[in-house]
Design a binder for this molecule. Sequence first.
Ligand SMILES: [Zn+2]
Length: 430
Amino acid sequence: MTVRSESSVWEKRLAAAPGNNIKVNGERLWESLMEMAKVGPGVKGGSNRLALTDVDRQGRDLFKSWCEAAGCTVAVDTIGSMFARRPGTDELLPPVMVGSHLDTQPTGGKYDGVLGVLSGLEIVRTLNDLGIRTKHPIEVVNWTNEEGSRFAPGTTGSSTFAGIHTQDFAYGLKDADGKTFGEELKRIGYAGDVPAGGRRPKAYFELHIEQGPILEEEGVDIGVVTHGQGQRWFEIAFTGFEGHAGSTPMPRRRDALVGAAKLVTAVNEIALKNPPDAVGTVGVLKTYPGSPNVIPGSVSMTVEFRHPVDTTLAEMKEAMSKAIETICAENKLTAEVEEVFYYAPVAFDRDCVSAVRRAAERLGYSHRDMVSGAGHDACYIARVAPTAMVFCPCVDGISHNEAEEIHPEWATAGAEVLFHAVVETAEIVE
Ligand SMILES: [Zn+2]
């Protein structure tokens, strides 16, 4: 890569066009966010735009009309992901992609995903305003069904693009009413004819709200996302023996819930021993037979661990196995452990991450490296193309909630960093 000469062209451009010329139009971005939020409004001020519903179609139509008004051509792939393309001066070069998702949770926020897509559009609008051409085409992407709320699992558009899932797999997904992804995609008119994936963009950038409290708490403008958390999910069943809660002496008991309770504490300790990135959660616990005066004979529970380093994630699993052994011996229980989900950690591309960091520095925004705790479209695209993510703060770390909120200046800062990273990578033409 000829990074040196590219960035010197960029520096020249900045030197020649200081001040407002290099800023995105934060007001226009905010207006578009508010306009999109009117499509499929939630009941408490958020958004309810489930994938492949009528309101998803309306949101897509609105996005398409904005992209076309900005001079882009919009292609749709067979999974429904939308690619709004601003031509490069060399159309044979691979595009720089930027985007996220427009679908939301049923009680979702106005910014989760939407900020990333509309900031991509704002990049195109700003380039148009400034009359800047780029060598590589720029494609603003809306990935289909990121949330997975209606059709689980989510990230359907990006994972199919990355070749993880097939079109048949996607089309066969069913919602709670038994309607299939394929039928619903056709019904809303977004089953496109472009093959999903099979091409490699030069790079992919995604701006997203942090969905956690760190940036706001530390007063930092920008999260430079270096990794995505790896995940290991388990289903665990402890088996003891049911007995009379009044007449069974304590030393004779084989109480499965006592074992499960010790594992809850152990999971918590294992995560705390691997700071700052490890998290461990027991989200489900079911006791059998569930009677107030019967000693629980069996308990089923879930455990999930997340960590950005694969070896640490494996060590956490190992520590859990040891804890389960000890618990079984102490409480005369047996345990069955099944690992039901494994998702390898993602290390984002070093050059793309540097482009984000440089952009934050150039613009004078405070920044810190971060790990993404949530899964994102970028985590899948990272498997087929150089990828990085930008985080901006959100109020109290609240997300997947209608109360999700950000400040306009946070959105602007994120979009500006995204703009500089994308445009530097797409190479401006003098
Ligand atoms: Zn999201």
